[in-house]
Design a protein around this ligand. Structure first.
Ligand SMILES: C[S@@+](CC[C@H](N)C(=O)[O-])C[C@H]1O[C@@H](n2cnc3c(N)ncnc32)[C@H](O)[C@@H]1O
Length: 241
């Protein structure tokens, strides 16, 4: 599913791998929390002159990669051992990973709608429970709107925030957003049970209680009369030399 999510991001970015000026033309690139490495591999394939390193705590990346791409297993929150500087550092979908945030891109819960069709839905209730549960666990899934300020406070210059709407299914008329919605519905439906079982127990829900509620959420997720979307944030900036 991570690779489907990668395609959704590219669709939102009109085929590009990022929205910042370094989406092409960087020499030394680091992807923090690279996961399957799909972003790093694709950046390396598209930019043969760039050296791309992907770092992750889990060694889940493939062994066969372009010659200008490599992976390292490390905790990016520990002191960095790299001797040379990077001119492009990218991180994506790290929102539930840790408590400290830098240049990140991620979703904001809860789900919203511009015409009120999400109001009172089980989908909105579900998203609200997710926020409650993650708060109880000391995580925050609603931190994305603060990323710009955080980067500015950390000294980054020229910080830019780009927002996109990530539809809950194929309800939009616009073809690009229709396709994003189609895929996002697949990703959300696939992840619904695992995520909810893991988080709702924090709220004291039993497994049968959670499993009884989820089909109703699934119905709302697929309902094209509910014009829901997740607002997703991409933030970039320059670290002063
Ligand atoms: C949701 S996945 C996203 C993967 C990838 N960025 C993508 O968009 O497909 C988050 C990844 O971040 C990694 N991660 C979380 N905290 C990390 C840390 N402190 N250092 C390195 N990797 C980390 C996890 O192991 C996981 O592979």
């Amino acid at each position: 599913m991570a690779d489907v999510t990668h395609e959704i991001w590219k669709k939102l970015f009109c085929g590009d791998l990022a929205v910042c000026p370094k989406k092409s033309g960087a020499d030394r690139v680091l992807e923090v929390g690279t996961g399957t490495g799909i972003w790093a591999i694709e950046y390396a394939e598209k930019h043969e002159g760039a050296q791309v390193i992907g770092v992750d705590m889990s060694a889940v990346q493939p062994q066969w990669v372009p010659p200008n791409c490599s992976f390292e297993v490390d905790d990016a929150e520990e002191e960095w051992a790299w001797k040379s500087k990077f001119d492009f550092i990218f991180a994506r979908s790290m929102i539930r990973s840790k408590h400290d945030w830098e240049c990140l891109q991620d979703d904001l819960f809860p789900v919203c709608s511009d015409d009120g069709t999400v109001d009172g839905s089980n989908l909105l209730k579900w998203a609200t429970y997710i926020i409650e549960a993650t708060k109880k666990m000391g995580q925050s899934v609603t931190v994305a709107p603060q990323f710009k300020q955080m980067m500015e406070d950390a000294g980054f210059k020229g910080v830019v925030e780009v927002q996109h709407k990530w539809p809950t299914n194929h309800w939009p008329r616009d073809e690009r957003y229709k396709e994003v919605g189609r895929w996002s519905c697949v990703v959300a439906s696939e992840g619904l049970e695992g995520l909810s079982l893991a988080l709702f127990k924090v709220l004291g829900w039993t497994v049968p209680e959670t499993l009884t509620f989820l089909p109703e959420v699934g119905k709302d997720l697929r309902n094209v009369r509910i014009h829901g979307y997740w607002r997703v944030y991409t933030v970039y900036g320059q670290k002063p030399a």
